[in-house]
Write a new protein. Structure first.
Length: 298
């Protein structure tokens, strides 16, 4: 499987297995440390993978291609991208190029809920290339986070959290400016019942897990019956249909962007059985998962 060698400073190490891997909190974060920063040097392809944690990265130098949920964007100095546990990505350096970047990983509990909620509201691909002047400011911010994480003096975690949240907000603003749809979705989201909004944020980041209606309703602080009624009123869909929609959209992206088998896509997207997955997929897209992949490749 693909693996990062998460040493503090150095190259990312790969192996040749093509099956995408989900990088887990327990391997990279601890209960007492829900945040880490790395300086990575990338000389070879980082194949498709996803994380249990959040990740925000800033490219200092080098060029290449970044694929986020199947969407391509050039990778060069000034690019910042953010990934949630629901995202997958791939990095391809240009021939002869070395990509150097800061990589910050964190659990959702490390940032304030308002910032976490904002990530969901924009509902856009979080990739943006900042101009040189702003890039220099961001690099200084990353340097400060690096120094604080190494020295760990009094108040370091507060400084790091503040800097990280500023980076997330700056990226969210930049991405929203190029997406009118994001503004509409954000405005609609702000009008929602706070409990439903909390539940939606939770669903968007955990839909690949075995979510139950009871768990999501409890996360929103509502009874199951009242939650179901409010959810349908404010989204126009039942909880189960909305959850299935998230999983199918993710499955479609995996089919278009990876070489995972249909069975692997099924389970990676949160479905329990292949027959159920194939029926639901055909109902939504009008074709089987295999046919969907063939249509895209031609």
């Amino acid at each position: 499987m693909l693996k990062y060698d998460f040493i503090r400073k150095g190259a990312i190490i790969l192996n040749a297995n093509l099956t995408p891997e989900r990088l887990m909190n327990e391997n990279y974060l601890t209960v007492s440390s829900p945040f880490r920063i790395f300086q990575h040097t990338i000389t070879r392809n980082i194949d498709t993978h996803w994380h249990e944690f959040f990740e925000i990265a800033f490219v200092v130098s080098g060029t290449g291609m970044h694929l986020l949920n199947g969407e391509k964007m050039p990778l060069r100095r000034g690019m910042m991208f953010l990934l949630t546990p629901a995202d997958f990505h791939k990095i391809i350096p240009d021939p002869g190029e070395t990509i150097c970047l800061y990589d910050l990983i964190f659990e959702e509990r490390f940032i304030r809920y308002e910032v976490h909620e904002m990530i969901f509201r924009a509902e856009t691909q979080y990739m943006h290339i900042f101009p040189n002047e702003i890039s220099s400011q961001i690099e200084k911010e990353c340097n400060r986070i690096w120094e604080e994480s190494v020295q760990m003096e009094f108040g370091a975690e507060i400084v790091i959290q503040g800097a990280l949240e500023r980076m997330i907000i700056d990226l969210s603003r930049a991405c929203s400016k190029r997406s009118n749809a994001g503004d509409i979705i954000r405005n609609e989201s702000m009008q929602m019942h706070p409990s439903i909004r909390r539940a939606l944020v939770y669903m968007h980041h955990h839909f690949r897990e075995q979510l139950t209606l009871h768990d999501v309703a409890a996360h929103g602080g509502l009874s199951v019956n009242y939650f179901s009624e409010c959810f349908h009123q404010q989204t126009g869909l039942s909880y189960q249909i909305y959850l299935q929609k998230l999983r199918l959209q993710f499955a479609s992206s995996l089919l278009r962007s990876t070489r995972l088998t249909v069975t692997e896509v099924c389970h990676a997207s949160g479905f329990n059985t292949v027959p159920h997955f194939e029926r639901a997929f055909k109902q939504r897209y009008g074709c089987t998962p295999s046919a969907h992949r063939r249509d895209v490749s031609h």
